[in-house]
Write a protein of this length. Structure first.
Length: 166
């Protein structure tokens, strides 16, 4: 019955943590962005291009409601998922929500190295990305803070802790 739902900003390591946890516990893992892409037969970028952010958020909301009905699963969400509609309240009803928390500098470092295409960052210079992360994180923090658990991305014992939430 237990469901673990990982949230946090882009680049926090939600997918990496979810995958590793799935390997160790045997619980199936769903990354919401990947689920959206396979259900819609389009990449996240193509969905942003075709429907704008507003259209993407509706699709994300609808498919969150599909994936968070599966039982005994680990789900990692997109960075914006908890911040639209009543998604964070729904997630809290459906499982153990975990906010993977990182500082803007750490997030920026991870995002610089990552290969994932992130439509919200595409048109920005490195300096603009840095400022954007600071501003957007401040706006999103109140939603992330509603998670039942918060884990600091820099702490090595996270992995053991999160297993106790199942
Ligand atoms: C977004 C984060 C992305 C993806 C989309 C929008 C956001 O997921 O859902 O590009 O608004 O923060 P990741 O957090 O997995 O990069």
């Amino acid at each position: 019955m237990g469901r673990i739902i990982i949230i946090g900003y882009m680049g926090a390591g939600k997918t990496t943590l979810g995958k590793a946890l799935s390997r160790e516990t045997g619980m199936p893992f769903y990354d919401l962005d990947w689920y959206i892409e396979s259900r819609m037969h389009k990449t996240v970028k193509e969905l942003f291009d075709a429907h704008g952010e507003e259209g993407f958020r509706k699709i994300e909301h609808n498919l969150l409601h599909e994936v968070a009905e599966f039982e005994h699963v680990i789900i990692s969400c997109g960075g914006g998922t908890p911040c639209f509609f009543d998604n964070i309240d729904y997630m809290n009803q459906q499982g153990e929500t975990v906010y993977l928390k990182a500082t803007p500098d750490v997030l920026h470092g991870h995002l610089k190295m990552g290969r994932t295409v992130r439509p919200l960052l595409l048109d920005k210079t490195p300096d603009e990305v840095k400022a954007f992360i600071h501003e957007q994180l401040a706006l999103r923090e109140p939603f992330y803070a509603k998670a039942k658990h918060t884990l600091d991305v820099n702490l090595m014992d996270n992995y053991e802790k999160i297993k106790t939430y199942v």
